[in-house]
Design a protein around this ligand. Structure first.
Ligand SMILES: Cc1cc2nc3c(=O)[nH]c(=O)nc-3n(C[C@H](O)[C@H](O)[C@H](O)COP(=O)(O)O)c2cc1C
Length: 195
């Protein structure tokens, strides 16, 4: 892959976030751009937004907040190109990095597997040591079952561009604020710990 890769800023104490996404037909890319813009406003820094299909996983080293978005496809599956990249991503050492997930899905067409990909990705990336943040309430979503559900929360933000695109901007803005707050709280806690 010869495309220019993102480079993490030097660690100066400022947040070093990046948004990465997988997409089949572009819905997740549009949401990812909104997430990057909203997070940039919250954290006061530029947030790069990159398609995982063109990203060398090693380029993620040095970012301290990774936001990963993906659709669920084929009834509870990942897009095949993301599935193929997961082992490389899972092999990264992301200790000290926060990981926030968002998913696009169709709760009307696929109510039994709504946002399942979030759980597949979360589980696959456990070995990286990244600390998950950014869970999101299931209240206000109409679905029957989701692997991504934990009690009354999803593992990350859920967005339904197929059925309720009018809610996306408000959801993204509120979730970005939550992710930024959780990121800051953990950064403050880490700063208090002895080296
Ligand atoms: C064949 C097919 C299978 C799908 N399976 C699911 C599913 O199991 N769960 C879900 O929440 N959404 C499912 N979706 C909906 C997509 O996740 C949704 O349309 C998403 O916005 C697509 O994002 P993309 O354009 O970035 O690929 C499916 C869509 C298609 C066409």
């Amino acid at each position: 892959m010869n495309l220019p890769q993102p480079t993490a800023p030097e660690p100066t104490g400022a947040p070093r976030p990046i948004v990465v996404y997988a997409t089949m037909f572009g819905a997740t890319e549009l949401v990812a751009e909104q997430v990057a813009a909203a997070l940039g406003r919250e954290l006061g820094v530029e947030v790069p937004c990159r398609d995982l299909a063109w990203l060398e996983p090693s380029a993620l080293a040095g970012f301290d907040l990774i936001v990963l978005g993906c659709p669920t496809w084929n009834i509870g599956q990942l897009p095949s190109h993301l599935e193929a990249r997961l082992p490389e991503l899972a092999a990264l050492d992301l200790a000290g990095t926060r990981l926030a997930l968002f998913g696009t899905g169709d709760a009307v067409g696929y109510p039994d597997t709504y946002l399942d990909a979030l759980d597949i990705v979360a589980e696959a990336l456990l070995p990286t040591g990244a600390e998950p943040i950014g869970r999101w309430p299931t209240a206000g979503y109409a679905f029957l079952a989701s692997r991504a559900q934990r009690g009354d929360e999803f593992l990350g933000l859920g967005v339904d561009e197929d059925n309720e695109p009018e809610r996306t901007a408000e959801r993204v803005a509120a979730w970005a604020a939550k992710v930024a707050a959780e990121y800051r709280a953990r950064a403050a806690r880490a700063a208090l710990q002895p080296a």
